[in-house]
Design a protein. Sequence first.
Length: 506
Amino acid sequence: MATAVVPKVYKNFINGEWVESRSGKSMENRNPANTDELIGMFPLATEDDVNAAIDAAREAYKTWRLVPAPKRAEILFRAAEILVRRKEDLARDMTREMGKVLAEARGDVQEAIDMTYYMAGEGRRLFGQTTPSELPNKFAMSVRQPIGVCTLITPWNFPMAIPSWKIMPALICGNTVVFKPASDTPLSAYNLVQVLTEAGVPRGVVNILTGSGSNVGAPLMKHPDVKVVSFTGSTEIGRVVSTACATDFKHCTLEMGGKNIIIVMDDANLDLAVDGAIWGGFGTTGQRCTAASRVTVHKKVYKEFLDRFTARAKSLKVGDGLDPSTAMGPCVNEGQLKTVMQYVHIGINEGARLAAGGHRLDSGNYKRGWFHQPTIFADCDPNMRVSQEEIFGPVVSVIPCDNLDNALDIANGVVYGLSASIYTRDVNKAFRALRDIYTGIVYVNAPTIGAETHLPFGGTKQTGNGHREAGTAAIDFYSEWKTIYIDYSDRLQRAQIDTGSFAHAE
Ligand code: UN1
């Protein structure tokens, strides 16, 4: 007889304490590779919990904003060191709760480590400008100011990296945070907050609430004491967030959908391009905003590329991400798997040719998980739904193209603009693509994924709202400029009016 395992019960973190939800209700977190495995129970927070967390963050802001940034940075350095020490355990927890293979989960934790060290370093920069005044005996400069309480809403596909992109710059700039992670990955979020707490983040500075979008996310973005909202997720919800923020002019950053493309030219190194298309298309089971879900291939090398690409996709081992021989893990949950299956139907119905995969895996070892085959649609028209819409799963649409101009039109012919890539050995073609592809990120001879933490991350069109995460762009978002003029002339000096001779200025 199986022994009943008592599930681990997790709590919200509000004002420096782990507290139960006021609803008394909780939600299950299960392993998508084996749904028999219950990872833990997480609170379903209510609007009262939201208000308590925002109150705590608002109070904590009064003192946190005055802590010198290099001192705030020391806490982040300590957090980074703890993350380094725990990397393996944190990665295992992540694979268990969201399914990505362990090597990728380690990469996700590493991205959080990189971001934490990077933002800690920014604590001794946070540069402003000094510049000569147009008037004598007057000094001019600009400084960065924190903004206040930040609501951070994060997705499940990068359960530690993406929260770190938001939390670390928010903290280093002197803001306080209420963090709502995706309901599929609360454990990694909990682990990150635990690390920050151990590193010495003062009470109320970081708060975490788990629960639904309607009960937690919505009140968190509408509360008048929240000044900043950062959201990563679907374009559909991003529009709701943007509208909610508009009323009170809350600062808002949105990181939304993508339909990223790899362009393969006839002079490309095809082995490299196939490697890139496999990693870009099926890494993280295609569940990246940056996933290469479209590949357009020059007609001269189309057949050869497609043969190699499909052969490789068919040989990928699908399974539990903790098994070192697994190349691709499950979809994160049943809903995501169903979306993938629906798009396979859509593709077949609109005349795309199924060249690899196309089926759910649900027998034997796959029985208890949300597994799907790596799937390739060939001979796609650029206007088909499978070539236009974000699927967020292991489905790649391959589109033939005639030349570079045609490829660039296909690349830009979608509503999204996150990432794109071109494989070519011709420097002229590479530079034209770099100039003419309208996305936030472009790669040459590398797939659409692989962003580093110290460069701006984000996209154009319906992918974003003009802001960028990561890099110094994140500092720009989580701080506000204050321009300061100090007049030491002891007389009224009127800018733009007292424009006389300064020959005798003293
Ligand atoms: C995402 O897809 O949501 O460049 C983030 C990459 C990762 C980040 C992806 N460093 O694919």
